[in-house]
Design a protein around this ligand. Sequence first.
Ligand code: ATP
Ligand code: MG
Length: 712
Amino acid sequence: MADTLLNGLNEEQIQAVTATEGYIRVIAGAGSGKTRALTHRFTYLVNELGIAASNILCVTFTNKAANEMKKRIRYMIGDNDTGFICTFHGFCVQVLKEEIHVLNYPKNFLIIDTEDVTAILHTIFEDMGLNSRNYTFSTITDMIAVRKEKEPYLAYILETNNDVLKEKFLTAESKEDAIFYRYLYEQKKCYALDFDDLINYVLYIFENHEEIKLKWQKKLEYVMVDEFQDVSPKQYMLSKLLSGYHHNLFIVGDPDQTIYSWRGANVEFILNFDKAFPTAKTIIMNKNYRSTPNIIQASNSLIEKNKRRIEKSLVPIKQADIPVIYNHMKTTQLEAEWIAAQIKKIQEGGISLKNIAILYRSHFVSRSFEEVFIKENIKYTIYSGIEFYKRKEIKDVLCYLRMILYSDDISFNRIVNIPKRNIGEKRMTFLKEYAGNHSCSLYQALQDNLEDNLFKKTNGKDFTALIEKYKQLYEEKKISEVLSDILNDSGYEALLRTDGEQERLDNLAELKQSIFDYENSAGEECTLADYLEKISLFTNLDQKENSDSVQMMTIHTAKGLEFPYVFVCGLNEGIFPSKHIDTSDKMEEERRLAYVAFTRAENTLFLSDAEGVNYDGSYRYPSRFIFNIEKTYINYMVELESRLASDARMYIQLNEQKMEQNSRCLAINDLVEHHVFGKGKILDINHDTSSYVIKFENMETTRNISFKIMLE
Ligand code: ATP
Ligand code: MG
């Protein structure tokens, strides 16, 4: 048995699979079979050692990866019980379902996605009289995430009663404080957890309830984590903590593929794993099974240009002399047309479209491609845009379902007046005030005031009657039935019909189908709460695969995936590398992103760029990542005009010097001494003009001082 299981593995992989005890680190390049080793290790533990799958935790980066791994493992172990194969988020939800009651939260707590967060912020902005000129939702969301990472906010929300929470934002000193505390208050009111909260709540419970921590530590005999180069400090803490009893932690990763530093990932955790766990064993793998030799050589050649890295080189196993192709075009339109033509050629060779991927740095790049593909009749799927579960009609309907279970303010706000029930702004303001004064939900506020004159002429009563009716009967029915009935009873479906919204109706049909599929696959135990929890964890990395179409996505989304044919387009200065990169460290991360992109290709890699001007006026030269690759490894379809090539090189050189300077620069609040102006303090840094804004002690106003001047 072990023979067949180990047959398709090389020596290092076999080592990784069979070294089951202790702290093990696998460091290996792209496509070297890390994920495969992980999957086989799980199976080995279950089939060969007799470990129960429910005692193994296997963490992957996306739900999609988790689902694929689950499928494979189910097949290999011949059992549907595969324990915990999930993302960190998914795992935390499992823990919280069992344990969150110790915080006096309901077992069916509400998980809110980015769309819900924006809805909450919307209400807050309205109440505070702010608009998007003051702050954008995304800056506020980032601010909240950063504060949640750094501040002990959980102790604060959990140990403070609602009145005090309210007082806090009403008397806050700054607007940011007011928004932050108000957001926490709104969350607490409906027991809502956003994505960042999930892991924080788990850590909080573990820290404060030794017996619960021990229970999970004992349960998880083996912990394994894929893509460890991108774990955040909290994820690292959780991995370490969970393996703190049995001391079996298996991690795999590739430091050259760290691409989430901007979101708090820290490559040091994989690099210093042996220092954190002195007994750790390290396995290095350097054979690449994924890609043809030129792809590997070009990728090696690129990543070698990073200065801060541990040297390692990938050796191709596949043998085939297929060149990496690079083309430079005059316009984006021509670039798209060239790609379309290549796709047609590949298709003529009998290859189906789903084997082809188009990868880009940011979404905006995809637009010009779409237009050409539509014209050329090439089917494509974009993994992003508005995700299915965030489309308006889908979200509306899910909020109806959420009303049944949670009656939370976020859902109430969204659907109380869809279809129109004559509950407009004035009445909503009244409900908000009432809810505020009585510390109750908006739904409760409406119920309390149905007989009030203000609500006489509304259909508020129908709404509460509808929700109450389903609260009574939803447990008896299938989710798909509840959905169909409530769409009908609420008048929502009729509304779409009268408005002729065919596409939205189709989407609702798709939703019904997906619920139906879910019920059939989940068996007996699929409650409404389970269903809502499952879809709340969906992110844009997890969309379902479409039939036969070209796969278009950002490189971040393509992490861990592979495709026979890969096009990396928009390889221009200002696009990729992005114009927001302003330090050498960030440029190294950008280069790693290019490395991730290139190494997704199994058979052929196509690189392309088009001339043009970025919106800040800078010229779109061919990307430095093209120049970074030894010319022997790429096949240039056209030679770059010598003028263009030399201008590009000059631009890149100057830009690199500037970034070096930026990287060396001092920080805000640093105290400095200038040879003429004397002592001062840095108040701000302007990377665009490479200067500091300094307030000198002897001067009334600030001065902009160039990085070039020596400051001590
Ligand atoms: P990434 O760094 O991109 O996540 P990875 O190291 O996880 O890559 P895998 O996805 O596990 O690599 O493997 C890459 C490809 O090589 C897969 O198609 C896998 O099936 C294949 N492969 C891995 N190991 C072997 C092997 N020993 N023999 C044959 N094929 C293999
Ligand atoms: Mg992998």
